[in-house]
Design a protein. Structure first.
Length: 561
């Protein structure tokens, strides 16, 4: 075990140091950004300090990981406040800092509406999901979905559903991380994504949930502090006056007064409703978020987790709004960041970087280095959580429960987890390269749409509807999975922008209005028409499940760790 940890730690440090040398491998003039964006030595130095500090935290945490329960859920010993901060660190990642600030920067008020839409799903988790998740589950979403249904079939479906959502969400993180490294090191984007993927793989293989939790807590504190400091520095340019800031933004933006009007981003009502459904219910279907509720000792701490996370996330979204609007004036009018200013200008380094340029404008290279390092480290922690969720679906649900029928040893399960992490890392690299030029806030909306269509219907009905049967859950879940993924592929976002076709087969970017509705309808019809003896026993078992969901009797408790 010690030899494996030492080898992995060495490989991780080598991977981190490899980032600094990739520019030489890429060669001069590899991309336009290499020539126009000078390498920020102070930023690189701070970045390396953060990466090495993260490795130190991870190595310390690895000594506390003694079992599969420790590896997947930190032994259930994380407090509500700690878990709330970790959830905030998990949620405040590439899509929050980079994509949403860029959305406000590009679209103004519509971007702010888009931002707060990611926030409204948390009351659903607080009042409907969190307590029952902790009382009914142990490691994964499949533990709840299969509680009174057929273990093999439901776990198999739940594992594939979770992996699909994980892959979509990984796209967001890889694109954001790749563009950050591209800006920070002057690397070609593809090389940056590959380096990030390698670092993620070696990071996750021995980090586990203990390391992921503490890294997320520290990153959340630093990101909240750094984001707030940058917001105050930027806001001070306008005399801390909202009226002055918005007036100057309207004057500077190419759209003028239209940035203060709603409706320009999502003028089509079908797309608006579909996006709203995805963001409202998708949060409750994200596997790496659901896993976090198994890390606390009881349902009370699970509720506290959501309460604290909601406060931290809500505050940071307000910070993001001010950053996006102030960047219109401070960054958009500065020719060192743009060619020709904001009017028809093109951002060097991609469409998600205004907040990073704002950091340099208000705090210089050192502050840019600090914020870039924190943002990347947060992304790395989120990617680690996603990889852990995906790997646990493969090792815990498919391998240990379906293939081995519960007879797999802890060592075997951990070994499969590491193999699965490598496979997920390779997939993440390929997807990150394929979706290179997409706005990460838009990409995360696609991930939420798939989560709302695949995981959420089965999860909520398994906890609240007595009539749910295995056949209904499978039919509905598969209908949601196939329709959500299929419609995303046929949408303008993929069919036109990624695959290069002239026009999309499905005219809307967000499929939730169709796929989520279809999942609920098919689940209902499949259940009410199931008159088998097994279906009757599954319905009768709801009473015992209800008692455990309400009281926690029989739920797994925290380990000694």
């Amino acid at each position: 075990m010690k030899r494996a940890l030492t080898t992995t730690l060495t490989a991780t440090v080598a991977g981190a140091l490899l980032l600094a040398s990739f520019s030489a491998i890429a060669g001069p003039g590899a991309i336009e950004a290499v020539e126009k964006q000078p390498i920020n030595l102070s930023a690189i130095g701070m970045f390396m300090v953060f990466v090495l500090s993260t490795l130190g935290i991870t190595y310390w945490a690895s000594t506390r990981t003694k079992s599969t329960a420790d590896f997947y859920t930190a032994g259930g010993g994380i407090t509500g406040f700690q878990n709330g901060m970790a959830i905030a660190g998990d949620y405040m990642s590439a899509a929050t800092l980079l994509g949403l600030s860029s959305m406000v920067y590009m679209k103004g008020f519509d971007g702010f509406i888009y931002t707060i839409s990611f926030f409204v799903g948390w009351p659903i988790i607080l009042f409907l999901i969190a307590e029952r998740l902790r009382n009914l589950g142990k490691f994964t979403f499949a533990d709840i979905a299969s509680y009174r249904l057929d273990q093999n079939r439901i776990r198999t479906f739940a594992a594939f559903g979770s992996l699909t959502v994980v892959c979509f969400y990984l796209i967001v993180q890889m694109v954001g991380a790749g563009q950050l490294i591209q800006l920070l090191f002057g690397l070609e984007y593809n090389y940056a994504v590959i380096a990030v993927g390698i670092l993620m793989i070696v990071y996750v293989t021995f980090g586990g949930m203990v390391a992921t939790t503490w890294v997320q807590i520290i990153k959340a504190c630093l990101l909240l502090g750094g984001g707030t400091a940058m917001m105050l520095l930027a806001f001070s340019r306008f005399g801390f006056s909202f009226e002055t800031m918005f007036s100057e933004a309207v004057a500077a933006h190419k759209s003028g007064l239209k940035i203060m009007e709603p409706g320009t981003l999502m003028a089509d009502p079908v797309s608006a409703i579909s996006l709203s459904l995805a963001l409202l219910f998708g949060t409750a279907g994200l596997p790496h978020i659901m896993m976090r509720f198994f890390t606390v000792p009881n349902a009370k701490e699970a509720r506290k987790s959501v309460f604290y996370a909601t406060g931290f996330i809500g505050f940071f979204f307000l910070v993001v709004m001010i950053l996006g609007v102030s960047a219109i004036v401070i960054v958009g009018k500065d020719p060192q960041f743009f060619e020709g200013g904001i009017v028809g200008g093109k951002l060097i380094g991609g469409s998600n970087m205004p907040v990073m340029h704002l950091a340099k404008a208000v705090g210089g290279d050192v502050f840019l280095g600090f914020l870039s390092a924190v943002a990347f480290a947060t992304i790395l922690a989120v990617v680690s959580g996603l990889a852990l969720a995906g790997a646990s679906a493969i090792s815990h649900d498919l391998y240990a429960r379906v293939i081995k029928k519960g007879s797999a040893t802890s060592e075997q399960e951990m070994r499969v987890t590491k193999y699965a992490t490598v496979a997920i890392g390779v997939i993440a690299i390929l997807l990150g390269i394929a979706f290179k030029d997409q706005n990460v806030a838009f990409l995360v909306a696609l991930a939420f749409g798939v989560a709302a269509s695949v995981n959420f219907p089965v999860l909520i009905l398994s906890m609240y509807w007595k009539g749910l049967t295995t056949r209904g859950a499978l039919w509905g879940g598969i209908a949601g999975l196939v329709s959500a993924v299929g419609l995303v592929i046929l949408s303008p976002a993929v069919w036109v922008k990624v695959l290069g076709h002239a026009s999309a087969i499905f005219p809307y970017d967000h499929p939730a209005i169709i796929s989520m509705t279809l999942a609920f309808i098919v689940t209902y019809l499949g259940s009410v028409t199931d008159k088998s003896a097994r279906a009757k026993s599954e319905i009768d078992a709801f009473e015992a499940q209800y008692i455990r969901a309400q009281t926690g009797l029989g739920a797994a408790s925290a380990s000694a760790h």
